[in-house]
Design a protein around this ligand. Sequence first.
Ligand code: CU
Ligand code: ZN
Length: 213
Amino acid sequence: MVRTMLSALCVLALILGGLSGCTTPSPAEDEAPVEPAPVEEEAEEEEEHHHDEHGADEGVVGMMALAVVVDGEGQTIGEVRFTQTEEGVAVEGRIEGQEPGPKGFHVHETGLCEPPDFMSAGGHFNPEDHPHGGPDDDPDYRHAGDFGNLDFDDDGVAEFSFVDPVVTLGSGVNNIVGQALIVHFEEDDLTSQPVGEAGGRAGCGLIEEVESF
Ligand code: CU
Ligand code: ZN
């Protein structure tokens, strides 16, 4: 029984990942050895391909954008500023009026912020059809919009400043101008599909190009 399960797992691993390290004892030892596939070369090519498709070099360096974030009652709870740099998009802001602790923070796939629940914003901004992840994950294993969490202090305020290397402003497949920025009621676990179990949507703001802050 155990051997059968191991074999099944190995077959699955071979199908999914092209892994060649499965050494499960099986009754198929008399089969001709399979020519090893050029797994590493393929992986490298794919990675280069993806790097061509996104990255800060596709944004318009110097472009600025602003999102005024409102809660479900339409009250302004903060502002977030975006600036395209050579390294990525600098994201700086302050949001208040939340429970203390980490709360999910993402760019979503529509530009619609309709209170009270902001479900109009749709799912996470994910033009390249990747799984949900966190900002520190490989760009191929996160949604473009996965900014992770904001940390709200005991006063319910989050002040933050970071650079995201995946999203862009003004051009490129991951251009976030015109998308909705969402802060959630719960923590994003950065793992669960499709949205990290971050709960409902506490605030929403349309990301709009501006000439100055
Ligand atoms: Cu979200
Ligand atoms: Zn996501």
